[in-house]
Design a protein around this ligand. Sequence first.
Ligand SMILES: [Zn+2]
Length: 694
Amino acid sequence: MVDSQYVLPNDVGLALLDCSEAFRLLLRGERLYAHYLSRACWYGGLVVLLQTSPEAPAIYVLLSRLFRAQDPDQLGELARSTGLTDQEYQAFLVYAAGVFSNMGNYKSFGDTKFVPNLPKDKLRRLIWQSQAFQEQPEEMKLLWDRCGELMFSLDAQQRQLGLREKGTTTYFSGNCCLEDAQLAQKFLDSQVLAGALTWDISPVPPRQPQGLTTSVGCVYAPVDHELAPKLRSFEFEGCTFRVTRGDYAPLLERVVENLQRTKAHAANTNQEHMLEHYIRSFTQGSIAAHKEGSRCWIRDKGPIVESYIGFIESYRDPYGSRGEFEGKTRDQTICKARWSVPLTCSCLMVMSASPTSPDDDIRQTEGFKNVSLGNVLSVAYATQKDKLTFLAEEDKDLYIKWKGPSFEVQVGLHELLGHGSGKLFVQEEKGTCNFDREAVINPETGELIQSWYRGGETWDSKFSTIASSYEECRAECVGLYLCLNKDVLRIFELEGEDAEDVIYINWLNMVRAGLLGLEFYTPETGTWRQAHMQARFVILRVLLEAGEGLVSLQHTTGADGKPDALITLNRNKILPVGKPAIERFLRRLQVLKSTADVAGGRALYGGFSAVTDEGPERFLSLRDTVLLRKEARKMFVQANTRLEGEDVTLVQYEGTAAGLIRSFSERFPEDAELLERHLLELSDADSHFWASRG
Ligand SMILES: [Zn+2]
């Protein structure tokens, strides 16, 4: 039996992301715009395979070939005839769906590996009998040799993403340790090569980083004047750094082609400019161009078809600074601009959910906007009472009733006023500061500001491994704090008793999330694997520490006789106890962030992030209970768009593992084989970096 942490359950939730109604309402030009933009996103999405694990590209290709030659139903018949039980075949379908929807064999939320929940020899037998194998026996055998072993193995180092002995990553070579990563970051900062477009930090073995290569992801194209002087070897702190470029080129070429086609259907010149900048960014690896694009994106307010594309969020880099490719296209005819927030008039707020935020420095100077996937949220809201773990019976109905509205309030405040607030103190290279050094007082110490960001230093480069989670925590605290404000709730059309209930459920949801967060902590390495969940755990700790009966957390025994837990929040203590506790903590977080005080930040955040088995909470034991009762994250089946003559049609699939697999089998109808060859070649080109792991 494989540890349930590392398999996706056969009954994992799968839901169709229905966008047919929204799509129907688009005009033809908008449909074409959405079509090409989503093509760009899907092509770019393949890059994530290369950014996950050494074996992920081969697994993807193997599965794609299997299901292209035989539909899930046909392969299922074959599976039964080769001795797989229905359970085992379903496990295989769920695994394949998991690889496609996570773009790799590590969970995109939580960073743990997942393996097929069936015997390896049975899967091998099925592959050997398959149509794909009959057509290309040598190639299928080679693919299996490349990834068969790694697909199933759960060696300690392979269980999660991480550096060196702590896990797997393709952002750094296998022999890279944290000190190497820090040195590389220092080098990148010195050259103002923002981490987001670089990749692949690879010391030459043996471990001594005398030769580090850093590569800029882009299409091969004439080098622009910004990048040209940086493509060479550098001596830096006793090491040689060689900067190259062209990673992912064959995939990014497809992205660029489709962005160019998108441009022909732009709704206005601002959208055209946005696309031009993104094209330049992907063509030349230019960070400045991506920032320009982000500026246009911010100005592209309330577009009919919303999008954001690029190497953006850095949650999955063990060092916290390289961005994973992400592309989203969505149609907002349905959820478009339900309300705008009068608190800061420069921002348009559209519902909310996934943090798709432009670079921090743009956020600081130009504002930003946030976007949500309305159809994702409505599926995610659907909560069954019996799946509501760790809550008191009397809380459950209220929780179900107000979960959606309270989530909107929290995410809205988190994104807009959380991430969107808080100044960083910076001294430019010429010496000028963006604050008055003689006047600004640190409210924690009562003294003048003692530390700040210098030159090329950024929040991510400075706070590296804790930056993502710390920032999420700050934003969550802002949400908790501001939801107590009646004027704020009125913007969300919440007043009276409803407003009180939303506050209560928002806070209750936070403390429950803090408990659920334990799933994303790895005791063996003492690390957290998910920024948001770590942040919520930290907040739970802060609220427990506030005492006075605000939050209580008990170990209990469930009706099934197994360990359980119960979390309760005293709603009468939120204002007198909870509010001042969050206020104090948020101020400390903000001051340490603003003043670039890494040591203080690490001490504070690391302290609250520690998971021990000390009483009274005994969090390590609670973690076992959380794992025992966890629910697997839902997967979403997304539609394809097809060009038909001069127009675009939408192809939807059923909300099952087979439906998700079909959507991927039909995703690249013209060039699937070529793309797969590119993926394997790109993966081959880097394979020597992983051989040196350990
Ligand atoms: Zn966030």
